[in-house]
Design a protein around this ligand. Structure first.
Ligand code: HEC
Length: 326
């Protein structure tokens, strides 16, 4: 921690109180983004084309997604956030941001705004109260399909993370496409948490719900994720009824039903998923005869009745070395 002399800190506090109104919410777009674009982004901007320089320290501060991915924020606690620590160091410290030769330090008002913004939860959406709007009751797969794929709603991402989800980018060069998984918190994940995915619906391309408490009813929410390509439902309590809710997911390529209650009743629905490439049906009520009919409808898909550990990283989590004989 940096020691500040009393002589310094008292005038600073009065100055801060005079310049930042503490009752008000700091607006990321109006108050924080302009500081970053004038004082930070000459060095901390994501590469957009090959010829661009890489952002310094791999930290892109030009978009909410970049800031989140940088791991420099502890929402609610500025003094533990690298983002705030680096701008509040003394002038003589060579870790100060921006560096003293390059416009540093920020003004006390700018520093105070950043501190208050982080202490209040580092929200990216504007509006008093910040945070997330309600999920529209009439949201459906067609509406989601029509939504542009923009930078994901960063508050929606943080909200899901707060509910135990892991949200990651599909690839560094595909920052808008998100993968949502409940890895260690699956046992307490219910339809209620799962519904919150809808805050980032246009961005979600992969979802892993294996071993969660998702029900047929909860799959209604998943059925709205128009851009979903991968869905893992293994070892959940879903049945044929739940799969009906997925009939609008035209992009679905991978579906894992291992260890669920589904039977041959779902095959007519699955036959309509023309893009389906991999289907895992081990330990379900789906029969070999059923699958061979499906194979006629989807000749290019890989339909797996038995376990196939090599092609399916999820199947054998509990017992990776076990051999199954059929
Ligand atoms: C002149 C270029 C330059 C400017 C302007 C600049 N930085 Fe940096 N920043 C760097 C470099 C270089 C590093 C890596 C070296 C280091 O850690 O000190 C860095 C590192 C950081 C880190 C540490 C990242 C990590 O993962 O440890 C943070 C946080 C940071 N900068 C925030 C900011 C903020 C906020 C601003 C604007 C207020 C800013 N920087 C302005 C060049 C710059």
């Amino acid at each position: 921690m940096v020691m500040m002399s009393k002589k310094f800190i008292f005038p600073l506090l009065f100055f801060l109180a005079a310049t930042v109104s503490f009752g008000q919410v700091v607006d990321y777009k109006k108050q924080i983004a302009p500081i970053l674009s004038s004082k930070c982004n000459s060095c901390h901007t994501a590469k957009k084309k090959e010829s661009d320089k890489k952002p310094k320290a791999g930290l892109a501060l030009d978009t909410p997604g970049g800031i989140r991915a940088g791991g420099v924020l502890e929402p609610g606690d500025a003094s533990s956030s690298e983002f705030f620590i680096r701008v509040s160091l003394p002038k003589t410290d060579d870790e100060l941001m921006p560096p003293t030769d390059d416009g540093g330090p920020l003004s006390p008002k700018e520093i105070a705004l950043i501190k208050k913004w982080i202490d209040d939860g580092a929200r990216f959406s504007s509006g008093s109260g910040g945070g997330l709007g309600k999920i529209a009751a009439d949201l459906d797969v067609a509406k989601v399909r029509a939504m542009p794929m923009r930078e994901p709603n960063a508050d929606g991402v943080s909200h899901l993370e707060g509910l135990g989800a892991t949200v990651s980018q599909l690839a560094v060069n595909l920052p808008q496409q998100l993968v949502v998984e409940w890895i260690s918190t699956y046992h307490k994940t219910t339809d209620k948490e799962i519904e919150q995915i809808l805050h980032i619906a246009p961005n979600v391309v992969e979802v892993d719900l294996s071993r969660t408490k998702v029900t047929d009813e909860g799959l209604k929410h998943i059925g709205k994720l128009a851009r979903l390509t991968h869905l893992n439902l293994s070892r959940t309590q879903i049945t044929d009824k739940g799969i009906e809710h997925l009939s609008g997911l035209r992009s679905l390529e991978y579906l894992n039903l291992y260890g669920t209650g589904v039977g041959d009743g779902v095959l007519p629905i699955l036959a309509k998923h023309r893009k389906l490439k991999s289907l895992y049906t081990w330990k379900t009520k789906i029969t070999a005869e059923g699958l061979s009919k499906l194979r006629k409808a989807l000749p290019d898909a890989k339909l797996v009745l038995e376990t196939d550990a090599k092609s399916n990283r999820y199947d054998n989590l509990d017992n990776p070395d076990k051999k199954y004989d059929f």
